[in-house]
Design a binder for this molecule. Structure first.
Ligand code: SF4
Ligand code: SF4
Length: 446
């Protein structure tokens, strides 16, 4: 029997073997940690500490009253060394709080499990998700407190835990599903209290049979009746929100809508696990697992790091570079962001660090479009990437918008299949950035 999937998509080499069997290791940084004030979709935070302040694990470093946001909490104990602009992933500068780590990892005593968390008003969970700084850890970084508070909780029919991890090379979610199975299942169980009419579905690509078996055993052992584990077809980008919803529920939905509009709440397995830890254990979001991999890295690993850890230090922890890398990406090869420097901090959205040598990096020059249509067949949201590319190059942004360019999920499938090596995804990204900037300007004028 086939497993659920979606139309379009591609089958890139998975390259997961480098870290698939590597248990998660903990890294404890010793020097300074850097906390950007914007690590999520939504309003940036303002620093609430100043140079010289003593902070503990879980102390709020930055916050805002804006609805769509999530506070930034310290992942170490120590002293605030600086508040100011620092370079972040992608090359931009962001306002950051810099903490000199004292190495004691002293916890802020205000953090404790939510009292009577199995029977309390589930709305308390939403408050806790916000206080704990939880966002979508799959990479989208949408604030969890907003996601888990839809207008009509009774209309939610599916709570989906996204364990697809379709991005090649990455194993952070796979390892978490193996090593924190019970926390994920218990987290789903708690969060289902928010949605009385919903079924819980843990969706996992079928190339992770050990994770599927572990989750199924756990669901059955704990006797949880509202949750099922659903193996999915192995196809990229199966883990994209839109693709997963369409495959599981058979419903089409436009990328610009919210999953709640079609009765779904969807969250990465790490988000669900972190929700459990915040509610039941009183632990805020101060760390995450990162897959450090690629043929340029000496010892590929899955590493749990305090947020704010220097990426350069993380590379050292993995034995440094075996060969000079030709390309370093934050994330995987399909959706990752090229890094100009390693002197940036690990943030909530850092799922992987992919270090590739020249021989495994395609640096071919783009040539003219061959009109072969492969990008059209591959696009999972039904766009014509070759046309969108032309519109952006010709600065015909109205045409870009009219032809659905804003629905591009930047999955990279079109670039992957293009025999002319055209940077189609980058064109779409550029087009979306331009249109969004125009919209912001227009909104300010009104
Ligand atoms: S146009 Fe966008 S959504 Fe379509 S394949 Fe390319 S990157 Fe993916
Ligand atoms: S895959 Fe490349 S060459 Fe083929 S139609 Fe699309 S842009 Fe043109």
């Amino acid at each position: 029997m086939g497993f659920p999937t979606f139309r379009g998509g591609v089958h890139p080499p998975q390259n997961k073997d480098l870290t698939r069997d590597k248990a998660i290791e903990d890294y404890r940084p010793k020097g300074e940690l850097v906390f950007p004030m914007s690590q999520h979709i939504g309003a940036p935070n303002a620093p609430v500490v100043k140079k010289g302040d003593r902070v503990l694990v879980g102390t709020v470093l930055g916050s805002t009253d804006a609805f769509v946001s999530a506070p930034i909490l310290s992942s170490v104990s120590g002293t605030v060394k600086d508040v100011g602009p620092r370079r972040v992933t992608g090359g931009n500068f962001d306002t950051c709080v810099v903490v000199e780590n004292d190495g004691l990892y002293e916890r802020d005593p205000k953090w404790a499990p939510l009292p009577d968390y199995e029977n309390c008003d589930p709305k308390e969970y939403v408050k806790r998700l916000r206080e704990a700084g939880i966002v979508g850890f799959g990479g989208a970084t949408f604030p969890a407190a907003v996601k888990f508070a839809p207008r009509d909780p009774g209309a939610i029919k599916w709570l989906i835990a996204n364990g697809a991890e379709c991005e090649p090379y990455l194993n952070c979610d796979f390892r978490l599903m193996l090593e924190a199975t019970e926390e994920i299942v218990r987290g789903m169980s708690l969060l289902l209290r928010l949605f009385p009419n919903a079924e819980g579905v843990i969706a996992v690509e079928n190339n992770k049979p050990e994770a599927i078996a572990a989750l199924e055993e756990c669901v059955s052992r704990l006797g949880v009746v509202r949750i099922r584990v659903q193996p999915m077809t192995v196809k990229y980008p199966q883990g994209a929100e839109k693709m997963l919803i369409e495959a599981l529920t058979g419903q089409e939905y436009v990328v610009t809508a919210l999953p709640a509009d079609v009765g779904c709440i969807i969250a990465n397995v790490r988000t669900i696990q972190q929700a459990w830890r915040a509610i039941a254990c009183g632990e805020p979001a101060t760390e995450r697992v990162i897959t450090v991999t690629g043929d340029a890295i000496a010892e590929p690993k899955n590493v749990r790091v305090p947020l704010g850890t220097s990426i350069a230090e993380l590379v050292e922890f993995c034995g440094g570079f075996a060969e000079p890398p030709a390309k370093v990406l934050s994330g995987g090869p399909m959706m990752g962001v090229a890094m100009r420097t390693l002197d940036v901090p690990a943030v909530k959205g850092s799922s992987g660090l992919l270090c590739l040598t020249a021989k495994s990096t395609m640096l071919a020059r783009p040539s003219a479009c061959l009109r072969c249509g492969r990008c059209v067949d591959a696009c999972p949201v039904g766009l014509v990437p070759s046309d969108l590319d032309s519109f952006v190059l010709l600065k015909r942004y109205d045409d870009f918008e009219r032809e659905g360019g804003m629905n591009c999920i930047e999955c990279g499938s079109c670039t992957y299949v293009c025999p002319a090596c055209r940077p189609l995804t980058q064109s779409c990204r550029d087009g979306k950035t331009f249109v969004m900037a125009q919209r912001r300007k227009a909104a300010v004028k009104k």
